[in-house]
Design a protein around this ligand. Structure first.
Ligand code: 13P
Ligand code: SF4
Length: 326
């Protein structure tokens, strides 16, 4: 295929992302995008992409996009033979456990998460021993082995609902300490936390939020609940990546800041050209491991296939399914 044919074929996609991708970068993306669109048809594959994926992935090759909760829900209904998870490893594991007959590929096996890495299945067993009878609510940002030791999962989009659905005075919330503290501030349920942190959100500070308000008068500040509680206290709204995106859609603020991963504002801004996005952000090095060339290679070579050990898959799935039933 000649380069000019590829550029012609992908021109409508460029129109979509031109506000965040300079024209000089597009020809390199266009070649991979064109190849990926063909490979998806050949492999009968769909691409699920998290809100933190870069715009050329999110807007140009993904079939389903969203927050962790939406990706888990959508993974269950996929009918294609192959799911490529453009996101991090725990998301691919969740897709696999919810739709086990499909081939689930992750384009880079090293795409991890500092929260998932902060706790092991043995740690969860110790927490249970230390707090007998207290239910364990585990954030989906965790390995399948950790989910398998838990009673129920939650995401940033449903954590309060999940905690309150249990009808108990006290829960253990793993592994994100700040999410646990932020939920504790909204409910009467007592929360025992684990000291895991997201390396992206823990870097935001209250001083940064105050400086934004001084530099951009009237700016609306939205924060992800993985931010420290003293940052959340200074924000106008807190919610999952989908909640933040919906807030912008609903409220159409004149000027907004999303205290979260960098690609989020790029992706949302494409759909809301009238909103002015101030873009202080922190990069997630794990999310950024997923690139167009790696997605292309994943589909060409059918790697890397995500599998879950048979001795934990049923227990892990139960924790996720209990969450989805709430
Ligand atoms: P969401 O579920 O809000 O999309 O968050 C996932 C994540 O990894 C946040 O850092
Ligand atoms: Fe994990 Fe934080 Fe990256 Fe999300 S942004 S994948 S929580 S390290």
């Amino acid at each position: 295929m000649s380069a000019s044919t590829v550029l012609e074929r992908t021109a409508p996609l460029y129109q979509r992302v031109k506000s965040v991708i300079p024209p000089i970068e597009w020809p390199v993306f266009a070649e991979d995008i064109d190849a990926i669109l063909t490979l998806k048809k050949q492999r009968n594959a769909v691409i699920l992409a998290h809100n933190y994926q870069t715009p050329e992935i999110f807007h140009c090759v993904a079939d389903i996009v969203g927050d962790s909760l939406a990706l888990a829900r959508e993974a269950m209904t996929v009918e294609a033979d192959v799911i490529v998870l453009a996101g991090v490893h725990f998301m691919a594991e969740t897709a696999k456990m919810l739709n086990p007959s499909k081939t689930v590929l992750i384009p880079d096996l090293e795409a991890g998460c500092s929260l998932a890495a902060s706790i092991t299945a043995a740690d969860v067993r110790l927490m249970r021993q230390k707090h007998p009878g207290v239910p364990i609510v585990t954030y989906v940002n965790s390995s399948a082995a950790v989910k398998a030791e838990s009673d129920i999962c939650c995401t940033s989009g449903n954590a309060k609902r999940v905690v309150e659905s249990l009808g108990v005075p006290e829960v253990i919330m793993l592994p994100d300490e700040y999410l646990a503290q932020n939920i504790a501030a909204q409910t009467h349920v007592r929360v025992i936390a684990w000291a895991g942190h997201c390396e992206v959100h823990e870097r935001f500070t209250p001083a940064e939020v105050r400086a934004l308000r001084t530099d951009y008068p009237g700016v609306i500040i939205l924060a992800h609940p993985e931010c420290p509680p003293n940052v959340i206290a200074e924000a106008d709204f807190t919610g999952s990546t989908a909640d933040m995106s919906n807030y912008v859609k609903r409220e159409q603020p004149a000027r907004v800041v999303l205290l979260t991963e960098c690609s989020m504002a790029d992706n949302v801004s494409i759909n809301h050209p009238a909103v002015n996005f101030v873009k202080p952000c922190n990069l997630c090095p794990h999310m950024k491991r997923i690139t167009l060339p790696k997605i292309r290679r994943a589909l060409e070579t059918m790697t890397y296939e995500v599998t879950i050990p048979s001795d934990i898959v049923d227990a892990a799935r139960r924790s996720v399914e209990r969450m989805l039933a709430v």
